[in-house]
Structures are given as structure tokens and as C-alpha cells.
Design a binder for this molecule. Structure first.
Ligand SMILES: Cc1ncc(C[n+]2csc(CCOP(=O)(O)OP(=O)(O)O)c2C)c(N)n1
Ligand SMILES: [Mg+2]
Length: 370
């Protein structure tokens, strides 16, 4: 037979548990105790309020360029919730809620966007990498960590985040290819927020979904409502259980939306319509989760008031800590390696001398003679 169909074996599904107006599908609802539900809500709210505060601090000149996370809280918090503490989380740069759940202090987020390396210091006992801005490069680190997890044989998994734009980078595909071949315990979580700065999702790939890219690498892909924290929990829990028991990687596409600008250096009105943003507003993950908790009678008005007050106080303390921290512009050179190399020590001395106004330029090579 010269031509025969090839039957590609794969599982590709889409999943949501909460409807856009917060109604739950009881067959799919995960079992989560009230205490955990309230802690999740508190973390999501904290992340939202911090995001709003950072935006204000930036507008007042008290913070550097800021990249908002509004609308994407569920897509990182749900997956972080199902991890074991000894699992690994490798973020891109919109995973604030997930990182807070893992134990990062609020001020670390502010330090990063305020230009201080202090924000990249992983807290003791937290198995995460710091934020990663070079797009998709963290996919390789995540894959490498997953390989390490497999070699150690202690059932750990590595949850790695990237954006829809990152799926156009070679690093993303190399990581998935390797993870498939070596059957690594990797959960690659793509936060498809519709945009990569000004490029819409349809300019990144001609594929119908991002989830289906898993098929080419020989494992399962799942498209999940990324604004539905319960769906994110169900999907990641399944992927983590599979990975722990030798079932290999999963690609999860979390369909979400970037409610704000890419960063404060960007004006989205130049490239996307206000109606698009408006259409996503009712699907806000915080509102949906709140409605669910309200219907479930988990969030009483008294409990909500206490949470609101605690969140406000925690935020104020974090802003004070951030603003009392002095960042030296020469500090970043200290964080390249565990110990500074002679070159870096010399460069730091030169920079310090320059900043102190005593700079004598280092002799430049005679390029004409090279
Ligand atoms: C390797 C690399 N190329 C380009 C950039 C500039 N850049 C910063 S964010 C971004 C878009 C990323 O889009 P996506 O992966 O969808 O993440 P999102 O910003 O939507 O969360 C680009 C191109 C970069 N940081 N790194
Ligand atoms: Mg994006």
C-alpha cells in the first residue's frame, strides 16, 4: 500500500471545572478542605493587591519597569498548590501568586522589579528558580532539573512555566523533545495569555492549540481554562501524579488573558481593542473563585473582612521593607557565580571607582592592530 493513514496515539483534552460565572461542575470538582480554599483565596488576593500596588509605585517613580500579572493568578497558583515542597518550580515572570504560595516573600517580587538582585535570592527550603526574563531559556533549566529528579529517583517533579510567545523559541522545543525522549517528570505549563507584547497568539503558531505540540514530542497535552483555579489544580495534579510514577512529561496550555499592559513600558491601546479586554473581565479568576467560595459558604463576610485586613497589613509591611532596602548598582556582579571570578572583581572595582567619580578608563585594545 503506497499510502496509509498513520494513527498517532495521543490524548488531547480541554478542561474547565468552574463556569465563567463561578458555577462548579460537581463531577470534576477537586476535594479541597475549607482551610486550604481560604488560603488559596488569600494568596490570590494578596497577589492581586500587590500587583496593583506595584503599578502605582512604578507610576510614582518608586519602582522600575513593572510587568503586571492581573488575570493570570489562577494559572500559577493552582499548579503551585499541588506541588510537594521538594518538587521544583521554574517560573517565567508572571507567576507571582504561585511563588507566594511556595514561600517567597512579597518584597522579593518588588526587589526584582525595583532592580535589586535581592529579589533573586531563593528563600531557604524553597525548591524554585528565580524569575527568568530571557524568553524560554528557563525551559531548558526546567528540563535539566526534571532530568535530575529522574536520576535521583525520589519521585520529584519539575513544573516549568513559559508564555505563548516562548513557544516560538527553540529552547521550548528542545526542552520538550529531550523531556519526551528521556521520559522526564516535567510539567511544561504554557500561560497562553493571548499576547507576546504586541504579537497576538495567532502570529506565534498556526497550530489550533498550543497543547497539541505535545503530540509531536510523544506525550500528552491538555488545554485548560487558566482562569479557573480548580481546573488548574485538577490538570496539574494529574500531570504530577503521572510524572512521579514514571509516566513522563505533560504539556499544559493554560488559556488565560493579560488584562493589563505587557509592562509599564508598553501601551496596549496601540495594538489591541478595548472590547477584547472588556470581554475577558467577567472571567477574572479572582471573581470566579470568590463566587465559588461564596456559593459553597466557605467565605463568610466576617472571614472576608479579616482576610482583607491581613492582606492590606502584609502589603504595607512589604512596601516598607522594599523601600528601606538600599540597592547598590554594583551589586549585580556578585550574583553571577557562587564566588566572584577575578574578572568580575576587577569590573566591580572599576564600576565602583567610576561611580565614586575617580574613574580612569581602562586601556582599550588597539583594534587597528588586531
Ligand atoms: C530571548 C528573548 N527575546 C526577546 C525578549 C523580549 N521580550 C520580553 S517579553 C516578550 C514577549 C513574551 O511573550 P510571552 O512568552 O507570551 O510571555 P508574556 O509576556 O505574554 O507573559 C519578549 C519578546 C526577551 N526577553 N528574551
Ligand atoms: Mg503571552
Amino acid at each position: 500500500m503506497p499510502r496509509e493513514p498513520i494513527h498517532v496515539s495521543c490524548r488531547l483534552e480541554s478542561l474547565s471545572v468552574l463556569s465563567p460565572d463561578g458555577q462548579v461542575d460537581q463531577d470534576l470538582e477537586p476535594e479541597i478542605g475549607s482551610a486550604d480554599l481560604l488560603r488559596l483565596y488569600r494568596t490570590m488576593l494578596l497577589s492581586r493587591r500587590l500587583d496593583e500596588r506595584c503599578l502605582m509605585l512604578q507610576r510614582q517613580g518608586r519602582m522600575g519597569t513593572y510587568g503586571p500579572t492581573k488575570g493570570q493568578e489562577a494559572a500559577s497558583l493552582g499548579p503551585a498548590y499541588v506541588l510537594r515542597p521538594d518538587d521544583w518550580l521554574v517560573p517565567a515572570f508572571r507567576e507571582a501568586a504561585g511563588l507566594f504560595w511556595r514561600g517567597w516573600p512579597l518584597q522579593a517580587w518588588m526587589f526584582v522589579w525595583g532592580g535589586s538582585e535581592a529579589g533573586n535570592i531563593v528563600p531557604d527550603g524553597v525548591n524554585d528558580l528565580p524569575l527568568c526574563v530571557p524568553i524560554a531559556s528557563q525551559c531548558q533549566y526546567g528540563m535539566g532539573i526534571a532530568w535530575g529528579c529522574k536520576l535521583r529517583g525520589q519521585g520529584q517533579v519539575c513544573l516549568t512555566f513559559c508564555g505563548d510567545g516562548a513557544t516560538s523559541e527553540g529552547d521550548f522545543h528542545e526542552a520538550l523533545n529531550f523531556a519526551g525522549v528521556y521520559n522526564l517528570p516535567l510539567i511544561m505549563l504554557v500561560q497562553n495569555n493571548g499576547w507576546a507584547i504586541s504579537q497576538p497568539r495567532h502570529r506565534q503558531t498556526a497550530s489550533q492549540t498550543i497543547a497539541q505540540k505535545a503530540v509531536a514530542y510523544g506525550f500528552d497535552g491538555l488545554q485548560v481554562d487558566g482562569n479557573d483555579i480548580l481546573a488548574m489544580i485538577v490538570a496539574t495534579r494529574e500531570a504530577a501524579e503521572k510524572a512521579r510514577t514514571g509516566g513522563g512529561p505533560t504539556l499544559i496550555e493554560a488559556v488565560t488573558y493579560r488584562m493589563m499592559m505587557h509592562t509599564t513600558a508598553d501601551d496596549p491601546k496601540k495594538y489591541r481593542k478595548e472590547e477584547e479586554v472588556k470581554a475577558w473581565e467577567p472571567r477574572d479568576p479572582l471573581l470566579r473563585f470568590r463566587t465559588y467560595l461564596d456559593r459553597k459558604k466557605v467565605l463568610s463576610p466576617e472571614a472576608e473582612k479579616v482576610i482583607d485586613e491581613e492582606v492590606a497589613a502584609e502589603l504595607d509591611a512589604a512596601v516598607r521593607s522594599y523601600e528601606s532596602h538600599r540597592t547598590e548598582p554594583t551589586e549585580f556582579l556578585e550574583h553571577m557565580y557562587a564566588e566572584m571570578t577575578p574578572d568580575l572583581i576587577a569590573q566591580q572595582a572599576e564600576l565602583k571607582a567610576y561611580l565614586a567619580g575617580k574613574h580612569t578608563p581602562a586601556p582599550q585594545p588597539d583594534l587597528a592592530a588586531v
